[in-house]
Design a protein. Structure first.
Length: 281
């Protein structure tokens, strides 16, 4: 199976294989993986210029998953883009795997940056965009950061650098899913107005429905028409997005599913497989 051209179908594919690989492992980062599915579908399904047969092409676009705990969704996407076989998905986080819990550029085909220590990914993504600008390349750098990740001061140092250098081929997507490991972001450190904050750091900024592939696509298209400033897209998402049972769980950052959870995951997989039957090969 390859990633579908239809972005809504692509999102269903990514969600399906994210659930299947986490089911195989038996536990993991369900919430923050599911909330970035639509963003990954749009980036990899339409906008990211990357070829698994030429992964080191100097003119490729770059993608950095700064919120590294979303790795399972990225791995599902990379499989669907042809970077490795489906069987490898089911080795997630096991001994000898090339798919560790958080992405590792030295292990996983298609991964540009090792992430997991929050805040570091966006810093390196900014460096990638700056290096490409100095080299006169016209490729884009995309990065997804988490709303909880923005508690890290390093993120704001990176944004200041990106804004100062007017890296207008840098597109930052913020997964505003309202939760982090220990609870609601508003209770732990209130993020305040993310759109206004990013604008203050020199970004053109828009907030969109993070469950709408159309809205995300339109925002990225707008970013590509923009020049002179980097672009930030705040994704209004739900942790566990697309699986109602997981969305409604209070503690859904990292799940060790009980029997009720397991049944809900099986039901979601069954429904997605039915939706995709006959639509894609």
């Amino acid at each position: 199976m390859m990633l579908a051209e239809n972005l809504d179908v692509a999102a269903k594919q990514i969600r399906l294989y994210t659930l299947k690989e986490l089911r195989a492992l038996g536990f993991g980062h369900f919430g923050g993986s599911l909330s970035i599915v639509e963003a990954l579908a749009v980036i990899y399904g339409k906008h990211l210029a990357v070829d698994p047969l030429k992964p080191e092409d100097a003119n490729r676009d770059y993608f950095v998953l700064s919120k590294g705990h979303g790795g399972p969704a990225l791995y599902a996407t990379l499989f669907l883009k042809g970077f490795f076989a489906e069987e490898e998905l089911y080795t997630l986080n096991q001994n000898g795997t090339r798919l560790p819990s958080h992405p590792d550029r030295n292990l996983t085909p298609g991964v540009e940056m090792t992430t997991g220590s929050l805040g570091q990914g966006i810093s390196v993504a900014g460096g990638i965009a700056f290096g490409n600008m100095l080299a006169g390349r016209e490729n884009y750098t995309y990065a997804i950061v988490g709303d909880g990740e923005l508690n890290e001061g390093q993120c704001w140092e990176a944004f200041q650098f990106i804004g100062h250098h007017r890296l207008d081929r840098m597109i930052v997507l913020i997964d505003d899913n309202k939760k982090q490991l220990d609870g609601l972001t508003v209770d732990i450190i209130d993020p305040l107005d993310l759109e206004a904050k990013m604008a203050a750091f020199g970004f053109r900024t828009v907030t969109v429905d993070g469950a709408s592939t159309q809205a995300i696509d339109e925002a990225i298209q707008m970013a590509k028409r923009s020049s002179g400033k980097p672009y930030a897209i705040v994704l209004d998402t739900v942790k566990g997005q697309g699986v109602t049972h997981i969305e409604e769980k209070a503690d859904n950052h990292h799940l060790r599913p009980d029997d009720t959870d397991k049944q809900a995951i099986e039901d979601a997989i069954f429904a997605l497989e039915n939706d995709l039957e006959g639509v894609v090969q």
